[in-house]
Design a protein around this ligand. Structure first.
Ligand code: HEM
Length: 565
């Protein structure tokens, strides 16, 4: 066989050309018979290995016949012909024949998924999507098989309970797993998701979220104590927003005290938690490098992340066996896992996968919401005062000198500040993609073909003048006295929508409400000298979840709590 293939090559000249032509034909065939059919991203490792193997065999065969240098040149020529034909065929198909060929969008996005990492190069992919929509309209082709949508009808059709769209055949979710088991967010099968979600819902329902209040209050009190210790020094509120979110996650998720606020916790914790998202965000929506990366043994922070989540789960399991009194999110997962007929947590790896989900989902998001809330308050004394006055009736209602969630939940102005923060700087700017059903869907008169990956980026909706007047201005009153500034309330969905919406919404809102109420009640704070608004705006990065820039603030304890000046 080798002889047959390489004899003509060894004579070079015309025979090399025909071998290259043959390889080109193979490139065309591999596109039309394999790559164009179905969904192959998850086979990236196998595909890469097969190509490396074929090239190595080609090189070896050619080197045996022609010596190493000539053999290498021949092998490269033949293999390049194969690749050139393959990529040319892919490019021609994507530009001229793909079902999405008529959708507007930047030229490179139509051609290659490598446009994703390029778009993410400034770590502001949410803004980039926004600019693309401003330029191209409601439907933008942001990748060869990807459409981003900003039409209001898309929200119900894609996320509504009756939707035919799914998370299937969408490698973004498939890569996030622990040894083959998905976490709640990355499950793509509806039935399996429903079973697991029931337990999460129980662990984080509105009523259960209230039962975590004492733990959150302890965290907030540590923050106030830390402010007391730091009196006079500049405080990086973005850093403490992280610490508050992380310590809160430790207590509510696992009944553990991380002590980040006090400064004697594991300072690496947040880096460990954000590592997966940081890697993903660099790639835009390009998933195959992640498939390759995750097929290797874990290393660095990714390894540490797995080790930490396993260790925390094992430790929590042990404590469950010693005493079932602990009350946290893991408790319900463990109860199902240890039951005679588990409904969702059928093995330890599922437990580890969702332990990771608690860490990631409840930390960075809350840190972002809190970090930006501190910013909007720090730059506006009137806003702080208005908030203080608004929360005053809730102070001491349940316990002397304390705020409780029960009363804070009814404070409209507090929620207006929170809504406006989540609109202006939504923690998850893009949301995960969905896949259209095989028959496609029609949105606002536009037909989107089947098996296309679609995005409905909250950041694009939240800052869209079609839905919000003066979209780039923080105006808390738009949620109260200025409803004219909201043109379509449906366009506000920081926690996503439908069956995959955020299960931790109530908990997250409670943590932010309690932290802000106690902070403004006991302290006045403003941007520290030298800290500019633009430095904060320019410095945040979008790593799947937005990470606020450092923000130096000066805090002054109020002599009479709740009374400034
Ligand atoms: C301000 C804080 C938060 C924001 C803005 C937020 C936002 C979101 C969004 C947008 C999604 C949907 C993602 C997608 O469609 O791809 C989501 C899902 C999720 N969130 Fe949150 N989140 C927050 C806090 C939390 C907290 C505290 C938890 C508690 C552990 C949590 C747990 C989850 C989980 C498990 C999912 C997946 C739900 C499912 O697929 O059924 N989140 N979140």
């Amino acid at each position: 066989m080798n002889g047959l293939l390489f004899q003509p090559i060894s004579k070079l000249g015309v025979h090399l050309y025909s071998s290259c032509a043959l390889a080109g034909g193979a490139g065309l065939l591999s596109h039309h018979l394999y790559f164009i059919r179905g969904f192959h991203v998850l086979n990236a490792t196998r595909i890469a290995c097969t190509h490396v193997l074929v090239f190595t065999l080609l090189l070896a065969g050619a080197a045996v016949e022609n010596g190493f240098l000539s053999g290498a040149r021949i092998a490269v020529a033949i293999f390049s012909s194969y690749l050139a034909a393959l990529f040319l065929s892919i490019a021609t198909y994507r530009l001229a024949f793909h079902p999405l060929r008529r959708f507007p969008g930047p030229f490179p996005a139509k051609l290659t998924k490598l446009y994703g990492p390029w778009l993410a190069r400034n770590k502001r992919i949410g803004d980039e999507f926004r600019f693309l929509h401003q330029r191209h309209g409601h439907f933008v082709r942001v990748g060869p098989n990807e459409i981003s949508i900003s039409h209001i009808d898309a929200l119900k059709q894609i996320h509504g309970l009756q939707t035919a769209c799914s998370k299937k055949n969408n490698a973004s979710y498939d890569v996030i797993q622990f040894k083959g088991e998905f976490n709640l967010d990355s499950i793509t099968d509806h039935a399996e998701h429903r079973q697991r979600r029931k337990i999460w819902d129980k662990a984080l329902s509105k009523t259960t979220a209230l039962t975590y209040e004492a733990e959150t209050r302890t965290v907030v009190k540590s923050w106030l104590a830390q402010l007391e210790r730091l009196q006079g020094a500049e405080v990086d509120t973005s850093l403490y927003a992280k610490h508050i979110a992380c310590d809160n996650m430790g207590r509510i998720g696992y009944s553990r005290d991380f002590r980040n606020i006090q400064g004697d916790g594991d300072s690496l914790m947040f880096d460990i938690i954000e590592i997966t998202f940081r890697t993903m965000s660099k790639l835009g929506q390009l998933i195959w490098p992640l498939v390759l990366l995750f097929s290797l043994p874990r290393f660095g922070l990714q390894k540490k992340f797995e080790e930490v989540s396993v260790a925390m789960t094992e430790e929590r399991l042990e404590r469950h066996n010693d005493s079932e009194d602990l009350h946290d999110i893991m408790k319900l997962f463990i109860e199902d896992f240890l039951s005679s007929k588990p409904q969702a947590f059928r093995n330890r790896n599922i437990l580890y996968a969702d332990a990771q989900a608690i860490m990631v989902a409840s930390t960075e998001t809350i840190a972002c919401a809190l970090g930006f809330s501190f910013f909007f308050l720090a730059r506006d004394a009137a806003l702080r005062q208005q908030l203080r006055e608004a929360i005053a009736p809730a102070h001491g209602r349940s316990f002397p000198g304390e705020f409780t969630m029960a009363y804070l939940q009814g404070i409209e102005f507090l929620d207006a500040v929170l809504n406006e923060t989540l609109r202006m700087s939504t923690p998850v700017p893009l949301n995960g993609p969905r896949t259209t059903p095989p028959q496609g869907i029609e949105i606002g008169g536009t037909y989107i073909p089947g098996n296309v990956h679609i995005f409905t980026p909250p950041h694009v909706y939240h800052r869209n003048p079609e839905y919000f007047q003066q979209p780039d201005e923080f105006i808390a009153d738009r949620w109260l006295t200025r409803p004219d500034l909201i043109l379509d309330k449906r366009a506000f969905f920081p926690f996503s929508l439908g069956r995959y919406d955020c299960v931790g919404k109530s908990l997250a809102l409670n943590v932010v409400r309690l932290t802000l109420a106690y902070t403004v009640w006991h302290y006045d704070f403003e941007l520290a000298p030298g800290q500019t608004e633009s430095a904060f705006w320019d410095g945040y990065v979008d790593q799947v979840v937005v990470k606020p820039a450092p923000l130096k603030c000066a805090f002054t304890r109020l002599r009479v709590p709740g009374v400034c000046g």
